[in-house]
Design a protein around this ligand. Sequence first.
Ligand code: TXA
Ligand code: MG
Length: 323
Amino acid sequence: MPYLVPASDQAIARAARRLREGGVVAFPTETVYGLGADTFNERALEEVYELKGRPPHNPLIAHVEGAPGARRVVAAWDERCERLARRFWPGPLTLVVPRAARVPSRATAGLATIAVRAPAHPVAQALLAAFGGPISAPSANRSGCVSPTTAQHVAEDFSEAADLLIIDGGPCPVGIESTVLDLSGPVPRVLRPGAVTVEQLREALGADVAAVPVTEQAASPGTSPWHYAPRTPALLCATREIPRRLEALREPAAVLAWSGLPVAPPHRPIAMPRDPRGYAARLYGALREADSSGASVILIEEPPPEEGLWAAVRDRLARATQR
Ligand code: TXA
Ligand code: MG
């Protein structure tokens, strides 16, 4: 088993030392846990890919200490970046911009652009400060699985990585991955919706922002639509369809429902919050629970058709239910 240590100054100093020695550490961010390595150490980056089983063409996000940190890894930092960083950093917004020549190509899967984000979580910030440089980190799950929102999720996914250090900072408050905004072209494009919404980005930039629908995302690197799928088959269902489906099922189903609709044994209800923030924060834990409940299928009640954070939730549900 990996070792899980509660967040403390000592734990953070130990993790920073590991990063300097070329090691990999798992740490909490406000979105999900990350599996981090020194952005400038190719061997360490390689170990991240190996541990995760991540396809080599899927680039990583460099975590930085604000705009000054970002400037060390990017080739261009324009007025739009400055404005977005001032408004949304530290926070769940990742910016894709031209990569500085000195960043190893392994950090971006060979792309000429790099994704950068300044996390808001105090433990992630303390780790960045103690390490003193950018930390490249994908979500700390095995490739293709549901992202981890607790240190225990990380330990479960990497149970065989005996020397992996995991800093336990409790559950991640946002619960879904950051918004990824591509600023490398003339029109900003949201490649992955998140807690910073398209509406907020349009307002902050005073310009159009394109959203790439989940079904077209296989074209952008590493965003295969089934990226966040549980192992058990999962289906999205309209509220009124659920009772009929449950009746027809012979084997137990797990049901993620936000409307309070009744679910009788042998089926297993997993109550979801009605508000989008609560729902997002609970989602990956609920999917993991459903996945390990022995259910033959996971039925997910369609969330409200509203914009904002619900749009990001629908994106993750579309990925979780698409095969
Ligand atoms: O909230 C988050 O973003 C979490 C925490 C740990 O910060 N990280 C995360 O990393 O979700 P990951 O590797 O699971 O997802 C990164 C996403 C992928 O979809 C990847 O394709 C995209 O960002 N990405 C990274 N670099 C890119 C680039 N240069 N161009 C386009 N997309 C990029
Ligand atoms: Mg991921």
